[in-house]
Design a protein around this ligand. Structure first.
Ligand code: PLP
Length: 440
């Protein structure tokens, strides 16, 4: 098929996520390698979002491809209750990477069902029903995960499932209160959370679910002491602490798991995306030994036909090995420092840049109409003129491929990006920000 035929067929028959279906313009991709993909006319696009912040090791990783091929030759599928080498191996590798307190993994197909199952596990373990999560969050689009999600993508599910309680993120940049220090902010948010739990009845609360670092809702990095403070609240009230590492995990921040940046150990970690970098889809729920022991003599009421799919787990084993073998966390720290420096300089030089937030190769630029008032370039949940689409379009014209959410542009390239490649791409971003300064 030609590129044009593929594109037209896709437009005609495939429903595209989160989009009005009338005005789609998907790029037909012929091949991909490293941080680049190519259309049928030979145009090269730089993937500055690692697709959906999942393709951490870029395109064409031979180790992963080979591991999948080898598993295909053995067997492609075997049910979850049968022992399978890649499944057992990957679970052990993940547990070995996590703190000593972790015991077992329940595999899922992706991030949403990882979160769904994490909530179920917390509810079964505690015998409680309520679940806390934050407004600025995305935990998946299926019914349960969509109810955990706090941002507007939850609206079609409303009024939603009773017992899902939302609290505010430590989003200091947009807090109406001026804090004297990071610690002061932490104190404020923790006090509010604790108060809210008391009002909800601590004995009813099964879990607090948080993206360790809020991803698509703005790379919100928790202030000093925040996560250990949440841990303390969970301990005080017997609540299960769940860190959603679907986007922030797997070296994105320069650590294998993002929570390692914050001196905290959750009870449950959910993961997906970078565990296989999308070569085959996989997600999972890693649980503490204490929670795992509970299910020694209680039924784990969770199940999926494809739990621990052998091809996905084979891809996972290869990915996780590659992260370590290739020194990806160290590389992310190194290249991430260049990204941080450049983004900080954009904040200084561009009137349209209200804030930049970054850690490792996880970053976003928050666009504003007015730096002083912080008025966002588009208001929350509303962009009737499609301004952010235009900004993304300007980047796309330069083959800098990424996505926006609200008034933010995300820069989360594959973790294998070199310093030179990054600098080349950031020059394009700089150019586009200058246009935004002048235009909107
Ligand atoms: N959790 C977080 C933090 C995510 O960013 C996402 C997806 O972007 C999900 C969960 C849902 O994952 P999936 O799309 O694999 O179901």
């Amino acid at each position: 098929m030609t590129g044009k035929e593929i594109k037209e067929m896709q437009k005609k028959y495939v429903l595209q996520s989160w989009s009005k279906q009338g005005a789609l313009n998907p790029i037909p991709v012929e091949r991909a390698e490293g941080i680049y993909y190519y259309d049928f006319d030979g145009n090269r696009y730089t993937d500055m979002a690692s697709q959906l912040v999942n393709l951490n090791l870029g395109y064409g990783n031979e180790d992963i491809a080979l591991a999948i091929k080898e598993q295909v030759d053995k067997y492609c599928y075997i049910g979850p209750s049968i022992a399978s080498e890649p499944r057992a191996k990957l679970a052990k590798m993940i547990i070995d990477l996590l703190p000593e307190s972790f015991g077992k993994v329940f595999f899922t197909n992706a991030g949403a069902d990882a979160n769904e199952n994490a909530i179920k596990i917390a509810r079964m373990f505690t015998g409680r029903k309520k679940v806390f999560s934050r407004y600025r969050s995305y935990h998946g689009s299926s019914f349960g995960a969509g109810n955990l999600t706090g941002e507007p993508r939850r609206y079609p599910l409303e009024p939603g499932i009773p017992g899902f309680v939302k609290f505010f993120d430590p989003y200091i940049y947009r807090e109406p209160i001026e804090f004297e220090s990071e610690e002061a902010a932490t104190g404020y948010y923790l006090a509010k959370l604790r108060e809210q739990i008391i009002y909800e009845g601590p004995d009813n609360v099964a879990a607090i679910v948080m993206e360790t670092i809020t991803g698509s809702n703005g790379v919100i990095i928790p202030p000093k002491g925040y996560l250990p403070g949440v841990r303390k609240i969970c301990d005080e009230f017997g609540i299960v602490m769940i860190c959603d590492e679907v986007m922030a995990g797997w070296c994105r921040t320069g650590k294998m798991f993002a929570f390692e940046n914050f001196d905290v150990v959750p009870d449950i970690v959910t993961f997906a995306k970078g565990v296989t970098c999308g070569y085959v889809q996989l997600g999972g729920v890693a649980i503490s030994k204490e929670i795992a022991a509970y299910f020694d003599d209680h039924v784990l009421s969770c199940g999926l036909t494809y739990s621990g799919h052998p091809l996905a787990c084979a891809a996972g084993v290869a990915c996780v090995n590659y992260y370590t073998k290739a020194g990806i966390p160290e590389h992310v720290v190194e290249v991430g420092a260049v990204l941080a420096e450049q983004l900080d300089s954009f904040k200084e030089s561009h009137p349209c840049v209200g804030d930049v937030r970054h850690i490792g190769l996880f970053s976003c630029v928050e666009l504003v109409k007015d730096k002083k008032t912080k008025e966002p370039l588009v208001s929350y949940g509303r962009d009737p003129e499609g301004i952010m689409g235009k900004v993304i379009g300007l980047l796309k014209e330069r083959k800098f491929m990424t996505y926006s959410h609200e008034n933010m542009v995300f820069i989360c390239p594959p973790l294998i990006i070199t310093e030179e490649q990054l600098k080349e791409e950031l020059m394009k971003l700089d150019e586009v920000l200058s246009i935004v300064d002048e235009t909107f």
